[in-house]
Design a protein around this ligand. Sequence first.
Ligand SMILES: Cc1ncc(COP(=O)(O)O)c(C=O)c1O
Length: 474
Amino acid sequence: MLSVFKNAMNYVQNSDETLVGRQIDKDPIVEGLVTDLVDEVTVHNGSLFGVRPPQPHLVEQFKKKMDHLGALRGRPLYHPYIGTGAGNGVYVELEDGSVKLDLINGIGIHIMGHSHPRVMKATVRGALADIVMQGNLQPNNEYWQLSEKLVQIASRKSRLKHAWFATCGTMANESALKLARQKNSPARHIFAMKNAFAGRSTMMAEVTDNPAYKQGLPDYNEVLRIPNYDKKDPQSAEKALKAMKELYAKHEKDVSCFVFEPMLGEGGFVPVPREFYVPMLEFCKQNKIAIWADEVQTFARTGEYFAFETMDLGQYVDIVTIAKTVQLGVTFYTEEYNPKPGLIAGTFSGSTGSMMAGLEILNILAEGYIGPNGRIMEIHRRFIDGLNRLNETTCKGLVIDAGGMGLMIAFTPFDGKKEQVELLIKKMFQNGLIAFSCGKDPVRIRLLVPAIIQDQDIETALQLIEKSILQGLG
Ligand SMILES: Cc1ncc(COP(=O)(O)O)c(C=O)c1O
């Protein structure tokens, strides 16, 4: 018997509650229906438990679809990828009938993998709300719940006190910059790291240090670049601080903030020791320059919720931005950076489904994923050990510098030569493993591993990496 009917028999309407709150949240019939619905979908998705090649009878039709989509977009997609909407953990089904092991997850969106039953249930419940998108004028209960949960997590080891939603990381970053500039008005310059990535709005393209992402755009000359940590150079912290001081001397009282990714994402997944940042953060504090950690990619991936916790930098941060994992963008700020009304807002703050899914993802993460002995760090150790093993055995010298933080894992094949690394990514895709690149020189293979990956799937991923590298040699 469907649980909905069982539940219906137990359902006793409480007339005192009928006037307060969304009744379906307390309605076991609805609860049973949602459970049955997601259970049924999960049964279907259960057939996706391993890599599968494209199905010959779908290949031609798929290619036509890809070509058409490419024409609509004005350029093809990076990977020949159109999902069917079915997945199961690390596995995802494509329209050509193939099933891939997904280790990039929409560049970090699907931290719980594909079709996670609890995330699906939360999203379905969100879809049952009176509206699709919530806004800052008329938010619903989930807006409050998610704000409360996020501020509670963010404030444990920092002075962050407020959270403001945005629809993506770029917009969260736009809000962050405005808060910093308003508080420190009229200072306009920005300290940002070399090889930074901050998004693709006009201003975030300026903060991003990649000429390919702003071809033909005017240069606003508002960003002052700080050199990165270089593990081969014992002086690199001193050099970075010196550069910051020299730039400041030229632009005294005209620097609004220092934005840094605790570990560069697009820039190459090279972990940075705390000691590299601290002198610069102290300098910014002394000079009342806002300290803004862009955690759009690092949030929930480095072992703790925030990389500023993993790196013990919480005492310094004034502003922090996140997105991806929580299914919308969020700008956190301290009391002193709370902006004047009107500076940040916007029609959309996120869909009800994404707010509920974000909340549920945070709930799941609290169940054994976080902390030095949590599952995230266990996955990291297992994956890095496996990559190092390949580098020492069958793929000698071709899986170098395996590292990163937590679920952010990268390695350098073929000396980081762009063309060869790109070919390897294509080869991996054909073999059933979805990855991406990061870094410029060297170009590295980037993996954003979902937190739900099982040990046997890590082994499968390592085998696919090995197979693809060996084919690349042949
Ligand atoms: C560090 C960092 N900041 C900002 C962004 C932009 O976020 P979004 O693409 O959600 O606008 C990204 C996206 O990858 C990122 O990695």
